[in-house]
Design a protein around this ligand. Structure first.
Ligand code: NAI
Length: 328
């Protein structure tokens, strides 16, 4: 049988962790014949809750789960790790200044970056889910200069999945009919879900859906505000769908992209589409299963350009703030 892949998950006792770990252990990342080791990283006060999650993982008797290591020690947690999924963070709460938020998360992600650089396997790849995920990823990456910048990802797949589902519902088709949905920029309310380049059964969305006012207006704002709508309805933030998107992201980055299609993930900008180099920016990305690339030549019209500029501006501001705080 295959050698196990070691996956670290931070914030493992949290909401997303509770959905994510069971999916990983049942083969959602690497397929049904690939064993995994789980390193579950939490802060000390959550280790009690984490031990309960570990009991439940045991009680699933997952054939693919080779080992479970719960820990609050970053060196132990990231030792020999092939994939790090960084979920634990401190999201903005009412009354919290943005600077305070960046400072708290700065502490978390500088230390995690350093621990990854020091301990992880030489092929380590990192997906940041914890918000603000693009900038948290930027901080970790810049504190782990020994790990190449093409190994760092921040999650916008939930936005892509949300956008596909909205377009499918509007067109009255199944979501598998929707392809080429690029999310540009920040995982925030400035993100741009690019309907102009998306397709339904291979045809441009703008040909299939005649209500262009909806596309330019409610469609975009529904995707941008979906997280808030779920909090309002559920009283808790989206967790199962976020965990699902994390599985989709890792799966998509480790398996060849369908011919002609792409997926969305924030990567370190190389200057493509005029986006400032070094920002963690979501682009249309494709891969052969090991090497990924930003898809080039996707048409960007005037409407899209303005939206992409707005989300780039926000990411530049976030970067300026963490630079000023000495975090990168
Ligand atoms: P949660 O509050 O239920 O769980 C977070 C867990 O992280 C807690 O168990 C906490 O103890 C742990 N934690 C805090 N600091 C830590 C540290 N330094 N090291 C290790 N663990 C630490 O939150 P939930 O719902 O699981 O969400 C987690 C994050 O994911 C939030 O920041 C949320 O905003 C973000 N998120 C991102 C999405 C995306 O699309 N990128 C979608 C949904 C949520």
């Amino acid at each position: 049988s295959k050698a196990p892949i070691t996956v670290a998950v931070t914030g493992a006792a949290g909401q997303i962790g509770y959905s994510l770990l069971f999916r990983i252990a049942s083969g959602a990342l690497f397929g049904p014949d690939q064993p995994v080791n789980l390193r579950l990283i939490e802060i000390e006060p959550a280790l009690g809750a984490l031990s309960g999650v570990c009991m439940e993982l045991d009680d699933c008797a997952f054939p693919l789960l080779n080992s479970i290591t719960p820990t609050a020690d970053l060196d132990e947690g990231f030792k020999g790790v092939n994939w790090g999924i960084l979920v634990g963070s401190v999201p903005r709460k009412a009354g919290m200044e943005r600077k305070d938020l960046l400072k708290i998360n700065g502490g978390i992600f500088t230390n995690q970056g350093k621990a990854i650089e020091k301990n992880a396997a030489s092929d380590v790849r990192v997906l940041v889910v914890g918000n603000p995920c693009n900038t948290n990823c930027l901080i970790a990456m810049n504190n782990a200069k020994g790990v190449p910048s093409d190994r760092w990802f921040a999650m916008t797949r939930l936005d892509e999945n949300r956008a596909k589902s909205q377009l499918a519902a509007k067109a009255g088709v199944h979501n598998t009919s929707v392809s080429n949905l690029a999310i540009w920029g920040n995982h925030s309310a400035t993100q741009y879900p690019d309907f102009y380049n998306a397709k339904i059964d291979g045809k441009p969305v703008t040909d299939v859906i005649s209500d262009h006012d909806w596309l330019k207006g409610d469609f975009i704002s529904t995707v941008q505000q979906r997280g808030a709508a779920i909090i309002k309805a559920r009283g808790l933030s989206s967790a199962a769908s976020a965990a699902n998107a994390a599985c989709d992201t890792v799966y998509s980055l480790t398996h060849p992209t369908a011919e002609g299609d792409w997926t969305s993930v924030a990567v370190c900008s190389d200057g493509s589409y005029g986006i400032e180099k070094g920002l963690m920016f979501s682009f249309p990305v494709r891969t052969d299963g090991s090497k990924w690339e930003i898809v080039q030549g996707v048409p960007v019209n005037e409407f899209s350009q303005a939206k992409i500029k707005a989300t780039e501006d926000e990411l530049r501001e976030e970067r300026a703030a963490v630079t000023e705080l000495g975090l990168i």
